[in-house]
Design a protein around this ligand. Structure first.
Ligand SMILES: [Zn+2]
Length: 283
C-alpha cells in the first residue's frame, strides 16, 4: 500500500499471460532482451496483469480489469493465461468488496485490459452485464470509437463482448481528452499504442504516481526505443515516452507497471543516453 495525499493505493493481481517476446520488444534483438525476459519454449515471455485500486475518501477507483474468462481453452493455451481470477475476485483478495468500486478506469479496450469489464463466460446473460454493478466505466471517446472499428492490425485485440454491453447498459462514461476526474486524479490520453489509450496520474503535493499501461508495459520498456511491435504508431509512442518519462525522471514520479512480471513500481532517471531504471517502490 502507498499513500498519496488523501488516496491509498493498492496493487490488485489479475494473473499472468505470455506474449511473444519478439512482439513485446519490437525492433530489439533477442540477445538483448532474453536475459531480463527469458522466453519459454514457444518464445513467450511472462507478463503480469496488475491492476491498481485507488481508495479515496468517497470514491474507490479500479484501473483496468485483466483478461476476464471469455477465452476458450485453446486461446488460454496460446496466451498462456494462468492464475487469472476475475477482477471482482481479485478485488476481494485485496481486501475490498466489489460493490465498493465507484469508478472503473479502462486504459484501453484491448482484451488483456478490458476482458474483466463485463461478466463471466459461464452464462450468456452475465456476459452482458457490468462486472462492477455500482461503477461507471471511464474510457476515452476516441478509444471507444476505434475499438468499434479497429484497424486490420489490431482488430484481433478487441472483443466487442468486453465493452459493448457497457455501452448498451449505460455504464460507459466517454472521456474527452485530458481530464481531471477527482481531486489529483488525471487521465492523460496517448495514441501511439492505440488511439485514445489513457494513462492515470495520481498527484498530491510533490508526490506523483503514473499508471503507464501499454506505453511502458514493463521495466524493460523504460528505454525509449524498446517499443512493442503491437503499437499502431511507434514513432508517436517514442514521442509520448519522451514526454511522459521526461516528466517522471525530472519530477521524481513513480511509474506503475501493468505487465512487468515482478516489479509493480519504480522511479526512473535520465542516464547518459536514455532513461534508466531507478529505485523500486513497494505498493
Ligand atoms: Zn494494449
Amino acid at each position: 500500500m502507498l499513500n498519496i495525499g488523501p488516496y491509498k493505493l493498492h496493487t490488485v493481481t489479475a494473473g499472468h499471460l505470455g506474449l511473444d517476446g519478439g512482439a513485446m520488444l519490437g525492433i530489439v534483438p533477442r540477445p538483448l532482451w532474453e536475459k531480463t525476459n527469458p522466453p519459454d519454449d514457444r518464445n513467450r515471455i511472462d507478463l503480469a496483469m496488475r491492476l491498481l485500486l485507488i481508495e479515496g475518501p468517497d470514491r474507490t477507483f479500479l484501473v483496468d480489469t485483466g483478461i476476464g474468462d471469455k477465452f476458450s481453452e485453446k486461446l488460454n493455451g496460446i496466451y498462456n493465461v494462468r492464475d487469472a481470477p476475475l477482477p471482482d475476485e481479485a478485488v476481494r483478495r485485496a481486501g475490498f468488496d466489489p460493490t465498493q468500486i465507484t469508478d472503473v478506469i479502462l486504459t484501453h479496450l484491448h482484451f488483456d485490459h478490458a476482458g474483466g469489464a463485463t461478466g463471466s463466460s459461464s452464462s450468456e446473460d452475465s456476459k452482458r452485464t457490468a462486472m462492477f454493478p455500482n461503477a461507471r466505466y471511464l474510457v476515452q471517446r476516441r478509444q471507444f470509437e476505434w475499438a468499434r472499428e479497429p484497424s486490420v492490425k489490431d482488430a484481433g485485440s478487441f472483443r466487442p463482448d468486453d465493452f459493448m454491453p457497457l455501452y448498451e447498459g449505460d455504464h460507459l462514461t466517454l472521456i474527452e481528452e485530458r481530464a481531471e476526474i477527482a481531486d489529483g486524479i488525471e487521465l492523460l490520453p496517448v495514441d501511439g499504442h492505440t488511439p485514445g489509450m489513457q494513462l492515470v496520474k495520481v498527484t498530491a503535493g510533490t508526490q506523483t504516481l503514473l499508471y503507464v499501461a501499454d506505453l511502458v508495459p514493463t521495466t524493460s520498456h523504460i528505454r525509449t526505443p524498446w517499443i512493442m511491435a503491437y503499437d499502431n504508431e511507434p514513432l508517436r509512442t517514442t514521442a509520448e515516452k519522451q514526454e511522459w518519462l521526461g516528466h517522471a525522471a525530472d519530477e521524481d514520479w513513480i511509474l506503475f507497471f501493468e505487465h512487468d512480471p515482478t516489479t509493480a513500481a519504480c522511479r526512473i532517471r535520465r542516464g547518459k543516453r536514455d532513461f534508466e531504471r531507478g529505485e523500486d517502490v513497494a505498493i
